[in-house]
Design a binder for this molecule. Structure first.
Ligand code: BG6
Length: 484
């Protein structure tokens, strides 16, 4: 299998927050990989911009170190790392003031694509958009990439949309949700819309329920300040999990084009029923076997922030009537495992003598780790002695299927940045989508605040609070094990 790399057009990419954690950990290493893959034209330039008083040589050194830290030795070629870093520039910039903007204006070419990545605190988004415009740095073909969090509720998201709209058209605004850049997430759309096998079954008649899990083993150490004001609901559910839900539940778009796809996702969000309080379990990890508690990590021993959320939702439309979607995400859980699991109904009539076991087809789409898909199929247990049934997996692991090319699968950020340069917004959120997501999430959070809700505790390394299991059992169902 040959991986196909189509070089993009020349560009100037400015990364505001270029010395920050995301830039060093994900964005720059991702760009290095695209450089190695041959996707970047010689004329492309990457410019870091931040408050730090660095010069270009200092920045190149910083990113050289970051690539060494975040890209495994086997995937690095020192000559190429040096060549990549030699192409980097740096400008010290004052986002709220005037410092550095003249230098930036002198640097940015007007005859190539200009992309401006806002990897900074959301309070600076508006100021950056305004200054890019006022200093004549951006033009009609420029794009801005806006990191999460996009607001902390409907009101702030609306304000942010309005501020950005003062200087940029919607077609120039790329609201990033890195989950949409994950290989398997896009594969979900291929599976649904490029096969005849699944789509006829993809509805309430054949599907019992759907589980969407994003489980992490990391805690909030180091990010406590931000996280404690957000919690799992704002940090993961409002964006990543809702996007996964949309792609799973949406109607087939007429084309794989930005607005066709985003229109369908928006319809899903707008069809979501309000969630009953007893259909949500909030959790917070507790100290276990020497591991600190959430409260210790967050530096607030009275914190009521959720580091775990499990919930049951309903998409109120013809296709999904009566099919629950169970969403679950949390930190410091048993394993890092994210997947979408579609549990089909039992056959309508039992031809074989019941063996006391429930046999159902289950399609799991694994986002990470071990990306791939698995469909469990019921077959006859081999051997004599009657007709006994067993469930076996039809397995499609990316690593196995793609062989040596598995390493060539781009990571979420690198793919999405290349989409920005190509001018393709399909995998980015539109302003109305983000607002609709907040409209659904806001009443849930407001309810917790009004009731002074205290999250249930769960042990570090566990499956989450027992209440989440109970919620499922009440419905006669079980969560899949959180296991990589
Ligand atoms: C980020 C959240 O958006 O996604 C983090 O802010 C979370 O809290 C991360 O850890 C998870 O991303 P991934 O790609 O590791 O699943």
């Amino acid at each position: 299998m040959v991986s196909r790399v189509i070089p993009v057009e020349p560009f100037d990419l400015v990364i505001f927050g270029g010395t920050g954690d995301l830039a060093r950990r994900k964005i720059l290493p991702g760009l290095y990989r695209r450089f190695v893959a041959g996707q970047m034209p010689k004329e492309a330039r990457i410019i870091g911009a931040a408050r730090s008083d660095l010069d270009t040589a200092g920045y190149r050194k910083m990113i050289h170190e970051a690539i060494h830290e975040f890209i495994a030795e086997k995937d690095r070629d020192e000559t190429l790392v040096q060549e990549f870093c030699k192409g980097l520039e740096y400008v010290t910039i004052d986002a709220m003031g005037e410092g550095g903007w003249k230098e930036m204006a002198a640097l940015i070419r007007q005859d190539v694509i200009g992309a401006f990545y806002f990897s900074v605190a959301p309070s600076l988004f508006g100021a950056l958009a305004e200054r890019l415009h006022l200093h004549g740095i951006s033009n009609d073909t420029s794009r801005i990439v806006v990191e999460k969090p996009f607001g902390r509720d409907l009101e702030t998201a609306r304000e942010l949309n309005a501020v950005l709209a003062e200087h940029f058209e919607e077609s120039q605004i790329y609201r990033i949700d890195h989950y949409l850049g994950k290989e398997t997430v896009q594969n979900l759309m291929a599976v649904r819309f490029a096969n005849v096998l699944f789509e006829p079954l993809w509805n309430a008649q054949y599907i019992d329920h759907i589980q969407i899990t994003a489980a992490e083993t990391v805690g909030v150490g180091g990010r406590g300040g931000y996280y404690d004001k957000s919690g799992a609901m704002r940090d993961m559910v409002q964006n990543h999990l809702m996007q996964l839900l949309c792609l799973t539940a949406m109607e087939p778009p007429s084309k794989f084009e930005p607005n066709a796809v985003r229109d369908e996702k928006l319809k899903v969000i707008r069809s979501l029923e309000p969630v009953e309080p007893h259909h949500i379990v909030r959790g917070q990890y507790d100290a276990h076997e020497g591991e600190p508690s959430y409260r210790e990590d967050a530096g607030d021993l009275k914190s009521r922030t959720d580091s775990f959320v499990a919930m049951k939702c309903h998409v109120a439309n013809w296709r999904w009537a009566g099919v629950p979607f169970y969403l679950r995400t949390g930190k410091k859980l048993a394993d890092r495992a994210s997947e979408i699991v579609v549990v089909f109904k039992e056959p309508p009539h039992h031809v074989f003598d019941a063996d006391g076991k429930v046999h159902r087809n289950v399609l799991s789409i694994k986002l990470q780790p071990n990306e791939g898909m698995n469909l469990s199929v019921t077959i006859k247990e081999p051997g004599p002695g009657g007709m006994r049934l067993m469930d076996v997996p039809l397995d499609m692991s990316f690593a196995e299927t793609l062989g040596d090319n598995a390493d060539a699968v781009p990571e979420a950020y690198e793919r999405l940045i290349m989409d920005v340069i190509r001018g393709n917004q399909t995998l980015f959120m539109r302003g109305d989508e983000v607002e609709a997501a907040w409209s659904w999430v806001d009443p849930i959070i407001q309810g917790w605040e009004a009731r002074n809700d205290v999250p249930k505790t769960y042990d570090v390394g566990s499956q989450g609070p027992t209440d989440a299991e109970t919620m499922m059992r009440r419905d006669g169902r079980e969560w899949m094990d959180i296991k990589a």
